[in-house]
Design a protein. Structure first.
Length: 479
């Protein structure tokens, strides 16, 4: 018999221990070659004063086994406790969150009988980098960071996932009609990578209409790949309309380490009663088996599970008033059906080919030419009029810079603004070099000194660049 693969297992809080016991029992009976190494994380650890909920031994185990199967944990009430999920995700570089959302109609009542989609959400970038500042009394900002390598990695992961799981289409959700650079980059990379997968159909939606269609006609979708924030929202919409919060599993995948879990929480209201549904965690475990190269066991368990629910063996949350079975009984029913397939519901197959590494960059050694093209200076002002600020900035521009325009919350107010525009205390003022002058950082520093001499309060600058000669900053209307 092949050697067993060590995995780290956290039994969690609330219903965690019950559903983990049921899940591990099914895995063992199905012949999964795994050797659990149990760790304590969560409520108990938080309450010892560890604000992350994760002790050193847990990190050590995870680094050794590279795979974590985690039951839900309870985050204690009150401030100061960090989300354990976010800590593991960010510290271990788990860049892809993969969440299948499937309808099991007619076994489980559902408004979208043909829904069977998977959301692949970018997990590290976007507005979740958490770089936020307040610089004026009126205005705060949150930086949205999108990288080319980060986008390549998640999009390639989505296409590889599609191939591995016999899926036919990958859809991209972006808002690049508004965020032309950030969402535009993600969309551009999507088109480049889609071209490498001619066997898989691809399309894109503007995120607002895309979300509306997920809510209305989820059967139109197969695999969805999107940025962190949109993915967060889309996965909750999809899980909700699948009507299966107790059923869905999720994977968080990194280059080295991966974590698998149920999407639901620790359900303290039913903990210890023996009635919790182990299916969400079991689905997480099935994804784990595929990830560690045991697709045969994954397929066997998944089909036995489908047959179980098809035969009407349902825990209370699925039975919705009909006769229900407990956690242990449900697990035994799945074990009894190992080797069988469903007849009404569609059986699943998992590819036996290993998934390709998502690391391959499109342009590994290519560094575009970068050229400084001016600067945007941001000012705090709540006393002067537009014309008074402009007069000072025209003077500060000196002979090497042109004061090109000024916007307030992105709306151009100078030259030729509208009197109706709402004005906050936060102004973006664009300076570019005059014909024949090369922009330098020294020129920009001197410009800032002149702005200070005009008694203007600059709060930050953003330099303007061209990459390979192409403008790489947003233009104001009319510019
Ligand atoms: P929850 O998902 O635990 O429960 C919501 C409702 O769904 C409850 O009525 C519960 O009984 C039911 N439910 C959930 N899972 C079920 C299952 N497997 N079988 C049957 N019924 C099930 O959400 P909550 O009550 O908002 O959160 C409880 C705790 O879980 C909180 O401390 C929260 O922080 C934590 N939580 C943890 C995770 C995680 O570890 N990944 C995720 C979400 C919430």
């Amino acid at each position: 018999m092949a050697e067993k693969r060590q995995i780290t297992v956290a039994t969690g809080d609330g219903i965690g221990p019950e559903i983990m016991e049921a899940t591990l029992h099914i895995l063992e009976q199905a012949g999964a070659k795994i050797e659990p190494e149990f760790i304590d994380v969560g409520e108990k650890v938080y309450l010892t004063g560890n604000s992350t909920g994760i002790p050193q031994e847990a990190w050590d185990s995870l680094r050794r086994t590279k795979v974590l199967l985690k039951a839900p944990i309870t985050t204690p009430q009150g401030g100061g406790y960090k989300s354990l999920n976010v800590t593991i995700r960010t510290a271990m570089g788990l860049y892809a969150n993969v969440r299948p959302c499937v309808s099991y109609h007619p076994v489980i009542e559902n408004k979208h009988p043909d829904m069977d989609l998977v959301i692949v959400r970018e997990n590290e970038e976007d507005l979740y980098s958490g770089i936020e500042h307040q610089q004026t009394p009126d205005v705060v900002q949150s930086l949205k960071l999108i990288s080319r390598p980060g986008s390549e990695r998640i999009i390639r992961h989505a296409f590889e996932y599609a191939r591995q799981n016999n899926r036919k289409k990958v859809s991209c959700l972006v808002k690049d009609n508004i965020m032309k650079l950030s969402d535009g980059l993600f969309h551009q990379v999507f088109k480049e990578i889609a071209a490498e997968y001619p066997d898989i159909e691809s399309n894109s939606y503007i995120v607002d209409i895309g979300m509306a269609r997920i809510a209305d006609s989820p059967e139109e979708f197969d695999v969805i790949v999107t940025l962190n924030l949109y993915g967060d929202i889309a996965s909750d919409i999809a899980a909700q309309i699948a009507g299966s919060v107790g059923l869905a599993g999720s994977a968080n995948i990194g280059d080295e380490i991966a974590m698998f879990e149920a999407i639901h929480g620790s359900a303290p209201d039913i903990a210890g009663k023996g009635i919790a549904n182990p299916s969400g965690l079991l689905h997480g475990a099935i994804m784990m088996l595929v990830h560690i190269g045991q697709p045969e066991a994954a397929e066997k368990i998944h089909n036995a599970w489908l047959k179980t629910i098809e035969d009407g063996m349902l825990t209370g949350d699925m039975a919705k008033g009909k006769e229900a079975v407990g956690t242990k009984e449900f697990a035994h029913a799945v074990v009894e059906r190992l080797g069988q397939s469903p007849s009404t519901l569609e059986p699943v197959t998992y590819s036996k080919e290993p998934m390709e590494e998502a690391e391959k960059n499109i342009r590994p050694n290519y560094i575009p030419e970068r050229e400084l093209d001016g600067t945007d200076v941001f000012l705090f002002n709540n006393t002067l009029t537009i014309d008074e600020i402009a007069e000072k900035l025209e003077r500060a521009a000196g002979s090497n810079h042109e004061f090109v325009m000024m916007t307030n919350r992105g709306v151009k107010v100078y030259p030729n603004g509208f009197s109706e525009t709402f004005l906050s205390d936060h102004w973006r003022c664009r300076f570019q070099p005059v014909e024949g002058v090369k922009e330098t950082q020294t020129e920009i520093r001197e410009l800032l000194t002149r702005i200070e001499s005009e008694d203007l309060d600059w709060i930050k600058i953003e330099n303007l660049y061209r990459f390979d000669g192409k403008i790489a900053y947003s233009l104001a209307q009319g510019q």
